[in-house]
Design a binder for this molecule. Structure first.
Ligand code: FE2
Ligand code: FE2
Length: 284
C-alpha cells in the first residue's frame, strides 16, 4: 500500500444480507493508508449486520462516513432490534459512533487530500413524495396510482416515522435542520454532499417503474449542489450506478446493488473514486 494523500472513495447499497454481497464487502480494501470511504446507505436491514460491515470497513479505512438508507430504517420482523423511526436511527448512530464512523449527527469532517479543504457532509434527508407521477396533482393521488399499479415501496410497511406523524414530516424536519448546518459552513468551502436518496429528480427519470420515484427524494434539495458549493454529490438507492452532471457538478450513484442486478453487467471495482476527480473518460 502506498503512502500518499489518499482518495475519497464511495460505495452504497451493500445489502449484506445477501451472502454474495457479504463476500464483496469482506474484500473491500483501501488503495492507500489515507483513503476515506463514504458508505451511502442500505448496508442491511438488521442492526447487527450494519454494525458488522461498518466495523470491518472502519478497521481498514482512514475514515468511514455513513448515512442511513431506507433499509437500515426498516423495523424488520426478523431483527431483534425492534426500535422504530427516529429511535432506531439514533440507536444506529450510537453503535456506529462507537466504531469511529462519522454519522449525519457528527461534525462534518474536512478532507484535505486535494490541497484545498473539502467538507464531506453526510446527510439524512429521506423523501416527501414530491417526485410525483406525471399528471398527478397531489402526493395522495400519486401514491394511490402507485398502489393501483402494484408498485409500492416496502418502506410503506416497515419504515416507521415515529415520533413524526409521517415520513414526509420527518423528511421536512431533516431538510430544515440540515439546511441550517450547511448554511453555517464557510461561504467559499467546497463540499461533497452525501445522501442515500438523490438530491435532484433527474436520476429517477430512467426508472423502469416511474411510480417508484416518489420514494426517492424531495424537491426541496434541487439546488443544494450549487447553493452549497458541491465538488460532487454522492447518492445510491436507485441501484443504477452512473455519473450525471448538472451545473458542472458530478452526481455519482455508487451502489453495489443486488447480486442479480450485477449478473449482466461487466465486473467493476465496487469503490468509486470521488476525489481527486477521475480523469475525463476514466472509470470513477
Ligand atoms: Fe438499496
Ligand atoms: Fe434504498
Amino acid at each position: 500500500m502506498t503512502r500518499d494523500a489518499g482518495s475519497l472513495l464511495a460505495v452504497s447499497d451493500l445489502h449484506v444480507a445477501y451472502p454474495d454481497n457479504r463476500a464483496v464487502v469482506a474484500g473491500l480494501r483501501p488503495r492507500s493508508d489515507a483513503d476515506w470511504l463514504i458508505v451511502a446507505g442500505d448496508v442491511a436491514e438488521k442492526a447487527d449486520d450494519v454494525e458488522w460491515a461498518l466495523a470491518l470497513l472502519a478497521d481498514r479505512f482512514a475514515k468511514v462516513v455513513w448515512v442511513p438508507g431506507n433499509h437500515e430504517l426498516w423495523t424488520h420482523p426478523n431483527d431483534p432490534v425492534d426500535l422504530r423511526g427516529e429511535r432506531r436511527y439514533l440507536n444506529l448512530v450510537d453503535r456506529l459512533r462507537g466504531l469511529g464512523v462519522v454519522t449525519p449527527e457528527d461534525p462534518y469532517p474536512v478532507w484535505h487530500g486535494n490541497g484545498e479543504p473539502v467538507t464531506v457532509a453526510p446527510l439524512f434527508l429521506l423523501y416527501d413524495y414530491s417526485f410525483r407521477i406525471a399528471g398527478t396533482a397531489t402526493a395522495e393521488e400519486s401514491l394511490r396510482r402507485a398502489h393501483d399499479a402494484g408498485i409500492v415501496c416496502t418502506d410503506e410497511y416497515f419504515l416507521h416515522p415515529d415520533p413524526y406523524p409521517s415520513r414526509e414530516a420527518w423528511c421536512h424536519a431533516r431538510v430544515e435542520e440540515t439546511e441550517r448546518r450547511l448554511a453555517a459552513l464557510p461561504a467559499d468551502r467546497r463540499t461533497v454532499l452525501v445522501n442515500h436518496f438523490p438530491l435532484t429528480r433527474d436520476p429517477t427519470r430512467v426508472l423502469r417503474h416511474p411510480e417508484f420515484a416518489q420514494w426517492c427524494g424531495t424537491d426541496r434539495t434541487d439546488d443544494w449542489h450549487t447553493r452549497f458549493n458541491a465538488a460532487a454529490v454522492v447518492y445510491g438507492h436507485l441501484h443504477i450506478p452512473r455519473v450525471m452532471h448538472r451545473d458542472g457538478v458530478p452526481f455519482v450513484e455508487v451502489s453495489l446493488g443486488y447480486p442479480r442486478e450485477r449478473q449482466n453487467r461487466p465486473p467493476r471495482d465496487p469503490l468509486r473514486r470521488i476525489l481527486p476527480p477521475p480523469a475525463e473518460g476514466a472509470a470513477p
